[in-house]
Design a protein around this ligand. Structure first.
Ligand code: CTP
Length: 408
């Protein structure tokens, strides 16, 4: 694989040497592209000695029979920028092309991985947060920084991920298909908590693991992902997270995120009912519980859906599993229902593994035997991608036949 390793000007540039060495050691052809600021931290000679190719000098140089600023990006199979400074991210997000690295990034159609490294104050600044969000929306993958010692002896979040993590993430990513690039996927996860009073809640046994695995898999396949979750699990890398508690919170968050989304996967175990009037103060003694149904978020999405949007629901059952799920599929008006028999060993709530059947409104049935929740996630996304591709094909055919009719 041809890899362009971009190095921008932060102290973590010294760790990029190790990233370069590991890529070359794994048998890849590596060209390091240094910004002017990077050259202040690490010498060009180091990268020229370690990489497969010498470090190109800049925009105006001839390269591989062409001009460097287009040829490098066109020929790359993967571009990794480590470290990616706040300044570099801003210039990349703005579409600048005034040095070899930024021009290469504008030209390339290969997967791009950025590895931010900066001081905590910068990492948390809204400008940096928004730039990263814009890049993620365009399909750029982010290996988030870790917490630790920063330049000048400060401590905090912003230290570049370790070279081994960067190389493993980048190689795993390029090995996977990027079939959701350019799409927006909204995923809900976890069991909601419905307040009885300020202390107590009604909830269920959902851990959020399956929903988080779907969010992670969708991001790895190139989607921009919004994860609406009530789970305390840590968020997958590169995913926009909205934390919620109750069915009402989840309803509001999904209503905000779903209208523009290409795919909505409702993996959350949304409570079907909640206390009608939660007490404002802690209840002493036995509470009188009057329950009311919660709004059915998924059914609402199906009513309001735009053409081409793919909706996926979940069903947790313990008996007549497939027959009940098929009825649910029809009742809710969704494209796919993922049904798990939560009474099966190793499947359902809180396990790291799952075993599901994916039913399609078009009559399709895909059985996924017991495997990791991450692999179940990819199997669900395979079904989603098949529907997105079918919709895109149908739209293209309809447009072509309209044009043909006009020309006649
Ligand atoms: N769901 C929802 N809003 C609710 C309840 C559920 O969007 N208020 C979604 C879940 O996220 C899941 C699917 O609907 O995708 C589950 O359907 P549901 O009818 O709640 O399943 P069960 O709780 O198993 O219901 P039933 O008692 O009808 O079997």
């Amino acid at each position: 694989m041809r890899i362009v390793l971009g190095v921008s000007g932060g102290i973590a540039a010294y760790k990029a040497v190790e990233v370069c060495r590991r890529f070359v050691g794994a048998g890849h052809e590596v060209t390091a592209v240094l910004t002017d600021a990077a050259r202040r931290f690490v010498g060009e000679a180091t990268f020229s000695a370690l990489a497969t190719n010498p470090v190109p000098e800049g925009l105006w140089q001839r390269w591989d029979g062409g001009i460097a600023h287009t040829r490098l990006g066109q020929r790359a199979d993967l571009v990794v920028v480590a470290p990616a400074t706040a300044d570099f991210l801003a210039r990349y997000a703005a579409g600048m092309a005034d040095d070899l690295l930024s021009a290469t990034l504008l030209v390339t159609r290969a997967p791009v991985v950025v590895c931010p490294a900066m001081h905590t104050e910068m990492w948390e600044h809204p400008a940096v947060v928004e730039n990263l969000l814009a890049l993620r929306r365009r399909g750029v993958h982010v290996v988030p920084p870790e917490s630790g010692t920063l330049a000048g002896g400060d401590e905090g979040a912003g230290r570049m991920a370790e070279p081994a993590t960067i190389v493993a993430t980048a190689l795993a990513l390029s090995a996977r298909r990027c079939d959701l690039t350019g799409t927006h996927v909204v995923v809900s996860a976890g069991g909601t908590r419905e307040p009885i009073d300020p202390v107590r809640v009604i909830t269920n046994r959902s851990s959020g693991k399956q929903g988080h695995a779907i969010a992670e898999a969708a991001a790895a396949r190139g989607a921009r992902v919004t994860l609406v979750t009530s789970s305390a699990l840590s968020a997958p890398a590169g995913v926009e997270v909205v934390h919620v508690e109750s069915a009402a919170d989840m309803h509001a968050a999904i209503a905000a995120a779903a209208p523009g989304a290409d795919v909505v996967v409702m993996a959350a175990a949304v409570a079907d009912f909640r206390p009608k009037a939660p007490a404002a103060q802690k209840v002493h003694g036995l509470p009188e519980l009057v329950l009311e149904p919660t709004p059915d978020i998924l059914a609402g999405l199906a009513e309001a859906r735009r053409p081409g949007q793919v909706l996926v629901g979940f069903a947790a059952e313990t008996q007549d599993v497939v027959a009940r799920a098929r009825r649910k599929l029809e009742r809710k008006g969704v494209d796919l229902v993922v049904v798990n028999d939560v009474s099966a060993p190793g499947a359902g709530f809180d396990h790291d593994t799952n075993e599901v059947t994916i039913l399609g409104a078009d009559g399709s049935v895909a059985v996924v035997p017991l495997t990791s929740k991450r692999q179940v996630a990819d199997a669900i996304l395979d079904e989603v991608v098949a529907r997105l591709e079918r919709d895109a094909r149908d739209t293209r055919d309809a447009r072509d036949s309209k044009r043909d009719t006009k020309e006649d």
